[in-house]
Ligand binder design. Structure first.
Ligand SMILES: [Mn+2]
Length: 459
């Protein structure tokens, strides 16, 4: 059972509490964390809040927050699994507001000075329906209408958390509609090719992973000939060629696509309105912006991330340069993976694939790598993918499984580290855990013992 009405009236009831001074805003280092933090930075711009970005809200981090001088704290995109710690350690604060959309660990009676906002409290699946940026937007736009022009951040945050699966669910859809009505985004059905309007056609037709046109995918010279025959300049994006050429191209692609695949040829793209982001006729998908922000997060470049969120136009060039750096780190990590496969150091059985990068990986990349290996990514495996790497004295793990799986990886992550004082959290199909490096061997042993029983038992 869910109750949207109570959720909305709860948001309304709590709006006045955001009028405060002496503020610390803590957020999560990922796309949703950076977009929601940006909304708060804008909202509090006259109050000069202290902004802090964290990788994981663990006890150490909560202690740190407790020791910071600010009397009022807003915690974004984390906290649902740490309510007891927050209650205990942040009792010295005047007010603590937590906005999160992750599953909640257990019932926790909170004192009056702690406000906990999470759709799960109202039976709404926050993991799928709305991001922290979305919830933040819904609250802040009522307090300051200026925030309304940043509604795109709520959609980008949702893309960052993989909430767009062919479409958005109810709450995100409301946000999408508002963004369309206010001419902040354009939603249109077009060729199901990622970056169709922002990258040269010669590139997108060859390499788009969203829909792979069999005759064109990874066939560079064929794509070249194909475009040449149509008299279309492959250096231009789809949005940069004229309407007649667009029609000609779509028809030609239809013709070379096998009949049974044609239904996958088109999809809805959510594009940032050219009013907001104008780059020589190129148009950018909200999804693409979310991948840029993801790259910036992995490189710890939060400053540029926030600047970009609040001014897409003037920061795009620099963001693209950073993104190239990020991509080269990823391709390096993939190369290591293939090397490890070749020399037999990847653990694999019927259920899982486990890769321990140890010190050979930026620990911030464990999540993206496990996503890349899962179905929908490069490797397309239906197995559970587990990646680990060292993070200073810690052992960091990431768990992924394709989105039709029923396994609860949030439970799995918690089970694996529960006896070692580790921290774990996330969603059913994507979770993470951190524990001290000294437990590496024991955790690896447990990973190798994972079976259906362990996966199906409740936490
Ligand atoms: Mn989130």
């Amino acid at each position: 059972m869910n109750d949207y009405e109570s959720f909305f009236s709860f948001l309304e009831k709590n709006q006045p509490y955001f009028n405060m001074d002496d503020i610390l805003v803590v957020s999560h280092l990922d796309t949703d964390g950076v977009t929601s933090l940006s909304l708060f930075k804008k909202f509090y711009e006259d109050k000069n809040p202290h902004l802090k970005i964290i990788q994981q809200l663990d006890d150490e981090c909560i202690d740190e927050i407790s020791n910071m001088p600010q009397k009022n704290v807003i915690i974004l995109d984390s906290g649902s699994l740490k309510l007891n710690s927050i209650k205990k350690k942040l009792s010295n604060k005047n007010r603590v507001i937590i906005i999160d959309h992750h599953e909640i660990e257990d019932d926790c009676q909170l004192p009056e000075n702690i406000i906990f906002i999470n759709p799960f409290l109202f039976g709404i699946n926050g993991s799928k329906e709305i991001s922290t940026a979305g919830i933040s937007y819904l609250i802040l736009k009522e307090l300051n209408p200026e925030i309304k022009k940043f509604i795109y951040l709520s959609l980008i945050g949702a893309f960052g958390d993989y909430q767009y699966q062919n479409n958005f669910l109810y709450l995100n859809r409301i946000l999408q509609q508002e963004a369309v009505d206010n001419k902040i985004v354009i939603v249109r059905k077009e060729l199901n090719i990622f970056r169709l309007n922002s990258q040269p056609l010669s590139f997108t037709l060859t390499f788009s992973g969203d829909f792979k046109i069999p005759k064109l995918y990874r066939k560079e010279s064929y794509v070249y000939e194909f475009l040449k025959k149509l008299n279309i300049d492959g250096k231009k994006t789809f949005s940069q060629i004229d309407g007649n050429q667009q029609k000609k191209l779509v028809n030609a692609i239809k013709k070379i696509t096998p009949f049974h695949l044609r239904k996958y040829l088109f999809s809805y793209h959510i594009l940032i309105h050219p009013n907001l982001l104008n780059d020589e006729g190129k148009l950018y998908e909200a999804k693409e912006i979310s991948t840029y922000l993801n790259g910036l997060s992995r490189l710890f470049n939060v400053k540029l991330g926030i600047d970009f969120c609040l001014d897409l136009c003037n920061n795009l060039t620099e963001v693209k340069i950073e993104n190239k750096k990020y991509k080269s780190q990823i391709s390096n990590a993939m190369k290591i993976y293939y090397d490890m496969r070749a020399n037999g150091t990847v653990f694999e059985n019927d259920l899982i694939i486990y890769i321990n990068y140890k010190d050979k990986l930026n620990p911030n990349l464990v999540g993206i790598l496990s996503s890349m290996l899962t179905k929908g990514g490069i490797e397309q495996t239906k197995k559970i993918v587990i990646i680990s790497a060292y993070q200073k004295n810690n052992f960091k793990l990431s768990f992924r499984v394709h989105n039709k799986s029923n396994y609860n990886l949030n439970n799995l992550a918690r089970k694996l580290v529960e006896n070692y004082g580790g921290e774990a959290g996330g969603h059913k199909q994507a979770s993470g855990a951190v524990t001290k490096k000294e437990h590496e061997e024991e955790i690896i042993k447990k990973i190798k013992q994972i079976d259906e029983n362990i996966l199906n038992s409740n936490f």
